[in-house]
Design a protein around this ligand. Structure first.
Ligand SMILES: [Zn+2]
Length: 409
């Protein structure tokens, strides 16, 4: 599909599990407000890996302003490029992708962040992926991994044809991950077939592909750890290199949080009840990066860090919530939901405008400052462990317009 065809009919019917569907036209936010593209960052990790310093870029989920600010601060400490990603649940929580995009752009502006950073849609369906194309996102994931391989490829191809003329990249998923996170809920996991990976890239046009190799969503990855199959990553990546698909196409690891035991212990020591939490050991993630993973998704670890910060704050400052409806609401949620690690359970009562902007001068300034610091230190640690610390300078500075031109060339 050429660029002019996209302009004439930008919202064609899109394949989905329910059949073709029309998406209502939407007012587009200027792409000038979008953060940078994802491909140059992943390419920097690829180049570094080929030179023997194996690297993957961290992709961190965001739901509210101080979380985004903390991630940016962590990236700065590690001098790393990085990906902020919002799930459909995050977009819904904040009232739509434009609001999340503005929040991310504001965090970048206020913290004078000058390193390469991208905004990506995590686990989109056809409607949300299309919605994000004009909303300030530089990358979208279409997760239709429940479809058979041919239907998956056809659906991804449709999104690629809309996204690439705008310079926006597309991530797809092959195989199915187990675990529960957001709307993703699957008991069984189906490994990706490595012999299908190169063909998937070639036929769909996707830039990145999440392959199921035994990781799982959520804080209880116990069963998955035993079934980790790094050879699936290894064989997939070899197939890509044999087909000359490296440098522009990249493998992604989902459900890759390490679930630090000290965070779980801290939460439980301050009234939380998290049982059976287990993450992917860091040496396994590093083995997967060595085998060819270039983007590592982290959500659970940041949820744990934020929950631990909230619980410690109220334990160390008894009565601080008196006179503050915002703080009292957070404390009530923690008291009534001892098992939660989802910050949105604690923040749902707070004005969304406040959740999307700097908390300076408000009653949540102190607690959000602690959240920012805790998130920053974990993100910096992960960037060092993933090998992407220092890669900011090696990431070529492309705009989405330049990416659009490179896709059409
Ligand atoms: Zn995922």
């Amino acid at each position: 599909m050429s660029q002019s065809q996209v302009r004439e009919n930008p919202w064609p019917g899109i394949l989905s599990a329910d059949g073709p569907r029309r998406i209502a036209p939407k007012e587009l936010i200027s792409q000038k407000e979008a953060l940078g593209p994802i491909v140059p960052m992943l390419r920097a990790a690829e180049v570094s890996s080929l030179e023997g310093r194996h690297a993957a870029v961290g992709a961190f989920n965001i739901n509210f302003y101080s979380q985004a600010e903390g991630i940016l601060e962590g990236l700065r400490r590690a001098n790393a490029p990085g990906i902020l990603q919002a799930s459909r649940g995050a977009n819904k929580f904040q009232g739509g992708p434009e609001k999340i995009a503005k929040m991310a752009a504001e965090a970048v502006k206020n913290s004078e962040h000058s390193l390469p950073v991208c905004l990506h849609l995590d686990h989109g369906d056809d409607a949300s992926a299309i919605e994000c194309l004009g909303a300030g996102f530089g990358s979208v994931m279409l997760d239709v991994s429940k479809l058979d391989c041919d239907a998956n490829i056809a659906a991804v191809r449709e999104i690629v044809q809309l996204a690439h003329p705008r310079g926006i990249s597309v991530e797809a998923e092959l195989g199915e991950l187990s675990g529960i996170e957001e709307h993703i809920s699957s008991e069984k996991s189906t490994y990706a077939d490595p012999t299908k990976v190169a063909g998937f890239f070639e036929r769909s046009g996707a830039d990145a592909l999440a392959i199921a190799y035994g990781t799982s969503h959520g804080p209880s990855k116990g069963a998955g750890v035993a079934k980790l199959a790094i050879r699936i990553v290894d064989e997939s990546y070899r197939g890509m290199r044999d087909s000359n698909l490296d440098m522009r196409h990249f493998l992604v690891s989902h459900g890759s949080s390490t679930v630090p035991q000290e965070l779980v212990d801290e939460i439980n020591s301050f009234g939380g009840q998290i049982r059976g939490a287990r993450g992917i050991p860091m040496d396994r993630i590093q083995a997967a990066i060595k085998a060819g993973i270039r983007k590592v998704n982290i959500d659970t670890d940041l949820r744990l860090a934020i929950t631990a910060t909230f619980r410690r704050y109220f334990a160390e400052n008894p009565g601080i919530e008196r006179g503050s409806a915002n703080l009292a609401g957070i404390k009530n949620a923690l008291d009534s939901k001892p098992a939660t690690i989802d910050p949105r359970d604690c923040l749902g009562h707070i004005d969304k405008e406040l959740m999307r902007s700097s908390p300076k001068g408000t009653d949540i300034e102190e607690i959000m400052g602690l959240v920012k610091e805790r998130v920053a230190s974990h993100v910096a640690y992960l960037c060092n462990a993933f090998g992407c610390a220092g890669l900011a300078e090696k990431t070529e500075g492309h705009s989405l317009e330049e990416m659009a031109a490179s896709y059409s060339g």
